[in-house]
Design a protein around this ligand. Sequence first.
Ligand SMILES: Cc1cc2nc3c(=O)[nH]c(=O)nc-3n(C[C@H](O)[C@H](O)[C@H](O)COP(=O)(O)OP(=O)(O)OC[C@H]3O[C@@H](n4cnc5c(N)ncnc54)[C@H](O)[C@@H]3O)c2cc1C
Length: 246
Amino acid sequence: MARAAVLGRLTWRVATVTALRDETATARTLTLDVADWPGHAAGQHVDIRLTAPDGYSAVRSYSIASVAAGNRIDVTVEQLVNGEVSPYLARVVGVGDPLEVRGPIGGWFTWRPAQSEPVQLVAGGSGIVPLMAMLRARSAAASAAPFRLLYSTRRPESVIYRDELRARAADSLPLSWAYTRAVPEGWPRPPARVDAALLAGVTFAPDERPTCYVCGPTAFVETVADLLVGAGHDARRVRTERFGGS
Ligand SMILES: Cc1cc2nc3c(=O)[nH]c(=O)nc-3n(C[C@H](O)[C@H](O)[C@H](O)COP(=O)(O)OP(=O)(O)OC[C@H]3O[C@@H](n4cnc5c(N)ncnc54)[C@H](O)[C@@H]3O)c2cc1C
């Protein structure tokens, strides 16, 4: 049974792009219909494989943004300048195009509705994607687990899932921002990276024993995880997902 599940995750499945939605000028959500999709937990990711006519292929990982719903999964891809795969997925791919998908992958960086402890989410850039899946899963399960989100983004226009996040904040999600390059008009502080003072001000305190999920570019994740542990959070409750880059 376990072997069959592992083999299932390692199998490449044919997926069809069924919808596209621009989230920002550089990030796009792709809705995929994946043949025989086995379902997934919030926080898991898929591998997507592109194959050129000459047989050259490239594989990249993308977090699943959506809650489990039949054969449908959403991924959100931020286009990296000079990237090999992300510009194709974020700009070129069209509705009806086939892709190859493998997954779901990952067991540690997941949130499951049976968890009732406080949850601190910390996103850097496109690291919001699996954390949005967790917020959506919490709503879908009508979970009462307290969640907070700190979202670090370069500028206001770079915010992915802007409208949904605004709605969730209005509906009682404590949501804080760190703008690193440009701030919204009237923002009380200049652009700044997440630091110990900001974390102390807006996240659950260590004695509230939250599980912390930190996701984004590698350097961001390592800095934030170190700050959380330095502030007194138990390292075993700080779960991280590194998207790559410096
Ligand atoms: C588990 C996991 C989940 C991921 N989920 C997502 C997701 O939901 N959405 C998403 O957009 N990306 C996600 N990524 C990143 C994604 O897999 C690719 O690395 C990214 O799309 C770049 O691929 P590329 O082929 O365009 O760039 P490449 O051609 O591989 O790289 C181009 C350049 O960009 C640098 N680079 C690579 N990745 C990053 C990065 N994340 N930040 C900054 N610089 C980088 C490289 O070092 C290189 O210099 C995830 C990565 C992992 C490991």
